[in-house]
Write a protein that binds this ligand. Structure first.
Ligand SMILES: Nc1ncnc2c1ncn2[C@@H]1O[C@H](COP(=O)(O)OP(=O)(O)OP(=O)(O)O)[C@@H](O)[C@H]1O
Ligand SMILES: [Mg+2]
Length: 386
């Protein structure tokens, strides 16, 4: 564990960048530092690998004061990724990634083999190996930056706004890739961003810093959204935190109706039976995939025209997706009903806005967030809130 213990950084000109910050950064999880520009995020990250030395306080790595470790050993145990990747422009992609292994004395073939393995892991096509950074898109360069930081297999990854220079679609892809890599490799990641949505999406734990380098709140994202510590955090979380909080509630408990689902070849009798239960019927293809909605009166057995159906929008995956996805689906649906599908995309049931509303009220009452952090991590977080 990385323990930041009452650390202050005062730059020579008197600027206090970080003010008595204490954080217990859990192992094998993503801890996000988030806050407005100039609140001391980069300074904090750099104090962890001693690119910046604290003015006061200590940073303990697995219980050992980081000042007692040779700085090279310390940095070797921590990969570092920055905005715009910071690649060596005159080196090929494969040699960029192989940089640290080469520095550690690996022979060229072994280092390049490792680099190619990492390219695959971060989702880069092998054909990029011999290209130079300028021949890659921003998002691809960012993947190279992540691969380079992982090359020597360090237990810790420090990431300073790594995805902020790419467009939202690429960014989403990189975020998902990072979550996947984290799941596979179990690194201890400290991730800096000024984007609260990114923080909530990636963080096991999120530290919100305020200007002047003071900690405003350190909590799992669901808890930030449900219980912001003060007006600053609440403001920083933005206006729709209630909706965003629904991301942490599972759709598993929703009561799905199957009666209003009819196949495109339904008989008159089947149509009549389905119509008894719901104002709209969901018509599916023969393989069970949804095609669209119709009022019962609009359907005649044997003559259903898929082109005449109302669109069913974006369905949610029952149990896997959140209540937020289910609600979004219902809100976007012309009928006000959401379509749930199974993992294969077959209609699993339908559910109305009002039933989703009941589930939201029930979930809030029970505080039934899906656990985002192991209880001991959450407890550790509680301890350091000052
Ligand atoms: N070398 C330095 N000398 C003096 N002041 C510095 C130095 N580096 C940073 N600062 C100041 O310390 C404060 C924190 O800077 P830091 O770079 O840690 O912020 P940040 O949260 O990473 O901001 P951003 O989101 O803009 O990257 C700022 O007021 C900054 O101007
Ligand atoms: Mg910064």
């Amino acid at each position: 564990m990385i323990r930041i213990d009452s650390v202050t950084k005062r730059y020579p000109d008197g600027t206090v960048a970080v003010d008595r910050l204490s954080l217990d950064i859990p192992d094998r999880a993503i801890t996000v530092l988030v806050g407005p520009s100039g609140c001391g995020k980069t300074t904090t990250l750099r104090m962890i690998n001693r690119m910046v030395e604290p003015s006061e306080g200590t940073i303990l790595i697995d219980g050992v004061d980081s000042r007692q470790q040779p700085v090279n050993t310390l940095r070797r145990s921590m990969g570092y990724v920055i905005q715009n990747a910071g690649l060596f422009q005159h080196r090929t992609i494969v040699d960029n990634i192989a940089t640290v292994p080469r520095m550690l004395g690996w022979n060229k073939d072994k280092a390049r083999a490792r680099a190619r393995e990492l390219m695959e892991r971060v989702g880069l096509d092998a054909s990029f190996a011999k290209r130079y950074p300028y021949q890659l898109s921003g998002g691809q360069q960012q993947r190279v930056g992540v691969a380079r930081a992982l090359a020597a297999d360090p237990p810790v990854l420090l990431m300073d706004e790594p995805f902020s220079a790419v467009d939202p679609v690429v960014r989403k892809g990189l975020q998902e890739e990072l979550l996947r890599i984290q799941e596979e490799l179990g690194k201890t990641i400290v991730f800096v961003t000024h984007d609260i949505d990114e923080a909530v999406k990636l963080g096991t734990m999120v530290a919100v810093l305020r200007t002047g380098g003071r900690l405003a709140q350190f909590a799992p994202p669901a808890e930030l959204l449900s219980d912001p510590a003060d007006a600053f955090v609440e403001d920083f979380l933005g206006a729709d935190r209630g909706i965003r909080r629904l991301s942490f509630f599972s759709s598993a408990g929703l009561d799905l109706l199957t009666a209003p689902i009819v196949a495109i070849d339904a008989t008159a009798e089947q149509l009549a039976r389905a119509a008894a239960d719901a104002p709209y019927l969901l018509v599916t293809a023969l393989d069970g995939r949804p095609l669209g909605w119709s009022e019962p009166a609009g359907l005649t057995a044997g003559q259903v025209d898929a082109g005449q159906l109302l669109p069913y929008g974006r369905p949610f995956v029952a149990g896997r997706d959140s209540l937020r996805a289910a609600l979004d689906c219902a809100v976007l649906s012309p009928t006000g009903w959401a379509v749930a599908v199974d993992a294969e995309g077959r209609a699993a049931g339908v559910v109305s806005q009002s039933v989703i509303g009941d589930a939201i009220r029930g979930a809030h009452a029970a505080g039934r967030e899906q656990p985002q952090a192991a209880p001991e991590i959450a407890a550790a977080a509680q301890k350091v809130i000052r």
